[in-house]
Design a binder for this molecule. Structure first.
Ligand SMILES: [Zn+2]
Length: 264
């Protein structure tokens, strides 16, 4: 009963708003017991704690704090995802490998790169892979912009992608995996489907050594969504070994939903 109520509540309001409501209720209750002398210090401290909590949670997409994202497949398959493309050389390299290995994957593309290399996106789609938006410019300040600017940053890419693929592209992955109440608002208002990950390879931080390839293979589970960046040469180099290693564990690759099925 309690669980059902919690599920119902979180389907209507995000965990962020539930936390905010609880925080304000506690504030009103506890303020009666606070010594008037320490009133201001109490307010400053508690607001600071709340702001730190919100900041930390904005970096943890897997907590579904601000919005519900999908971090695992519903099936037993493993999905490889490639962020920050299209890249004029490495995306083709990646597509060649995926074709040779018979693997379908998902690409989260940056709008300004899509404008520069639309032919690469066309190839991605033609070869049966899924695409999603990954903001227009992937700016470092993505977590701090709001209103019209945020709207444009997210929706412009979804629109460019939809024009290329000829169907409404609803999949979205926020740059840096950052989420907040503003991003959640845009996602909800435009019925975007946010895709996170369950396995981060940190391939932009350190190169794929054979040790790292083995670690990733070991950590891969049924239903895993693996986060990769094909713009990194070492990721392209490691890809065939990664695919073979995961297959040797008896796992196969799959997508969220095949193309042409409407994304909800
Ligand atoms: Zn990215």
């Amino acid at each position: 009963m309690t669980h059902n109520l919690a599920a119902l509540l979180s389907s209507v309001v995000s965990r962020f708003y539930i936390t905010l409501i609880l925080f304000l209720s506690f504030q009103f209750t506890f303020l009666f017991w606070v010594d008037p002398e320490h009133f201001l210090a109490y307010i400053i401290l508690s607001v600071l704690v709340f702001m730190i909590l919100v900041f930390v949670m904005s970096l943890l997409i897997r907590t579904n704090f601000f919005l519900q994202a999908q971090h695992k497949l519903d099936s037993d398959h493993v999905m490889l995802t490639f962020d920050d493309g299209p890249h004029p050389i490495n995306t083709h390299r990646t597509l060649d490998i995926l074709k040779e290995k018979g693997v379908k994957a998902m690409f989260f593309l940056i709008g300004k790169n899509v404008e520069q290399y639309p032919d690469v996106v066309e190839r991605i789609v033609q070869e049966g892979h899924l695409v999603g938006g990954h903001s227009y410019s992937h700016q470092f300040s993505f977590g701090f912009i709001m209103g019209r600017e945020l709207n444009r940053e997210i929706l412009r890419t979804q629109k460019i992608l939809s024009e290329i693929t000829g169907q409404e592209e609803k999949y979205f992955r926020p740059p840096f995996g950052v989420t907040n109440a503003h991003i959640a608002y845009v996602v909800k208002a435009h019925a975007l489907k946010t895709i996170g990950w369950s396995l981060r390879t940190y391939d932009t931080a350190t190169d794929f050594t054979s040790k790292k390839i083995n670690q990733i293979i070991q950590k891969t589970r049924r239903g895993s969504i693996v986060l990769l960046h094909e713009r990194m040469d070492s990721t392209c180099d490691a890809l065939p070994l990664l695919i073979d290693g995961i297959r040797n564990k008896g796992m196969e690759f799959g997508l969220l939903t095949p193309r042409n099925e409407t994304a909800k």
